[in-house]
Write a protein that binds this ligand. Structure first.
Ligand SMILES: Nc1ncnc2c1ncn2[C@@H]1O[C@H](COP(=O)(O)OP(=O)(O)OP(=O)(O)O)[C@@H](O)[C@H]1O
Length: 478
């Protein structure tokens, strides 16, 4: 329940910290800074901390400490106000040689919620993991300490590839007039979305202008070419540069302060974000949810530069815009995701999300996990649900009839390779983005997953949830 330290000059042993909720804390008799004179009658001045610990370990029954109380004790830990944080990094005390007492340390993974009960030591904080019945806190590195560790690691890496710089360089080379900023940025978009041989193959195979409203894989209520763009553009959709982005870089804050937020019934609904590896069923779940609850749930209407087809005006399933307007929206950062398919641009815009929310409906989007960060604003207050596959056996059992669209636009049954890829991609995404997910849901039985998803969506809107403090402490729109 306490740690000790030795004053190297005088050889005196002091109580370094009292663990919140531990025996020493509950006794109220020991405080940081108290001078330890004797343990069970053994003088300890001049001993090493390890020798003092050995005396304690050899003792049985009652342990008697003789202490000289610290004359200016720090304010009692029980009076300090707890701060709640979400861990944005993983930490393991057993791999940290600098921790004063590894046994008193607490391991955590990114995304874990922690109650920090004591920040009086600028290097080591005391915390409990939530939800937790444990009364005794454990040691975690302070934000400052973790940041300096991250900085050391960052500088020790040989090089950092800045994808944004590369994209700009390339586009500058291809521009006739380097002063035209907008054109340059548009060229950057093109650079980022240069179609691969695979996608060109799709163009050739699918060059049938009527296919968007016909074909055996038409998804009711969902735009086929938009879905096909999504399906074939994984990893080519717009991505921010993680080397440079202050929010995503390895130097960003290791803890995010959070507080409980409950949506007021008159406030706009929280944005619901579904994320998952390609093929896990995110689109199927979203489609089913909207189909069964069309009045309360809606997806944002995508934008496209594709021409309007005959008969589409009656019930447009896109915002049809000119290429110029689309490109203007790109440079104005109006798109969450965008890309090119069959020579036309497609994208999900923030404005389209706002349209749904303004109508009083719950907006549900599915985005690539690397794009979740840009939706994390106090205005949208996204509730992010990660969809993951079930166990390997159940995945193969439940997906016997499942189909994915091939690069040649054929609907294919999932093969062993697809299952392996899906499992690996899902595992990697969860490791990398866990801190951005509010909930993780296993998509085993479709019907059951849909109803659990619907309950989660209700929970997000009606029950208190942990959100970044910035989302509730100010009313500024971002
Ligand atoms: N729980 C499930 N049981 C059986 N089949 C499922 C289940 N979930 C999804 N499927 C099927 O798996 C296939 C792929 O699903 P879906 O198209 O929704 O994937 P996705 O996650 O949206 O991937 P992408 O973004 O690459 O399109 C579809 O045929 C869908 O009907």
């Amino acid at each position: 329940g306490a740690t000790i330290r030795k004053d190297e000059e005088t050889g005196e042993i002091f109580i370094a910290r009292v663990i919140h909720g531990g025996l020493a804390d509950r006794s109220g008799l020991l405080h940081p800074g108290d001078l330890l004179v004797e343990v069970n009658g053994n003088p300890v001045v001049g001993l090493d901390p390890e020798q003092v610990i050995q005396i304690l370990m050899d003792s049985q029954g009652t342990i008697l400490f003789k202490v000289l109380p610290n004359e200016t004790p720090a304010s009692s830990s029980c009076c300090a106000k707890s701060v709640f944080v979400r861990a944005m990094v993983d930490y393991c005390p057993l791999q940290d040689t600098s921790i004063p007492c590894p046994d008193a340390g607490m391991a955590f993974r990114r995304g874990d919620l922690l109650e920090v009960v004591d920040q009086s030591d600028e290097r080591w904080w005391q915390a409990r993991k939530l939800p937790s019945a444990a009364s005794c806190a454990r040691l975690i590195p302070s934000a400052g300490r973790l940041k300096s560790k991250q900085r050391e690691q960052w500088w020790s890496q040989p090089s950092h590839v800045h994808t944004c710089i590369k994209a700009c360089d390339l586009c500058c080379l291809s521009e006739e007039d380097p002063n035209q900023t907008d054109d340059r940025q548009v060229a950057e978009v093109k650079t980022l979305f240069l179609l691969s041989a695979e996608l060109e193959e799709v163009h050739a195979a699918a060059d049938d202008p009527s296919s968007d409203t016909g074909g055996s894989f038409y998804l009711a209520g969902f735009r086929q070419s938009f879905c096909l763009w999504r399906r074939t553009s994984h990893r080519r959709r717009r991505q921010s540069c993680t080397s440079c982005s202050p929010t995503l870089s390895s130097l960003s804050s290791p803890y995010e302060e959070v507080s409980l937020y409950q949506r007021h019934p008159e406030e706009k609904h929280r944005l619901i974000v579904l994320a998952g590896a390609s093929g896990v069923g995110v689109n199927e779940l979203r489609k089913r949810l909207i189909k069964t609850n069309p009045l309360s749930l809606q997806g944002p209407l995508p934008h496209t530069t594709r021409p309007i087809r005959a008969g589409e005006l009656a019930k447009p399933e896109y915002h049809f815009v000119s290429k110029e307007l689309f490109e203007y929206m790109v440079v104005s950062h109006r798109f969450v995701e965008y890309g090119e398919f069959r020579g036309h641009l497609y994208g999900t815009s923030i404005d389209a999300i706002d349209d749904v929310l303004r109508r009083g409906q719950i907006c549900i989007v599915d985005v690539e996990p690397h794009n979740v960060q840009m939706l994390r604003t106090s205005r949208l207050k996204p509730f992010v649900i990660f969809i993951k596959p079930p166990s390997p056996e159940r995945l193969r059992e439940t997906r016997r009839e499942a189909r994915i669209i091939s690069a040649q636009l054929h609907l294919l049954l999932l093969q062993e390779d697809d299952f392996l890829q899906l499992e690996e991609a899902s595992r990697l995404l969860e490791v990398k983005y866990r801190h951005l997910f509010d909930r993780v849901l296993v998509n085993e039985d479709l019907q059951e997953c849909c109803s659990r998803l619907f309950s989660l969506i209700q929970e997000a809107q009606q029950e208190p949830q942990w959100t970044p403090v910035g989302w509730t402490s100010d009313s500024t729109e971002d």
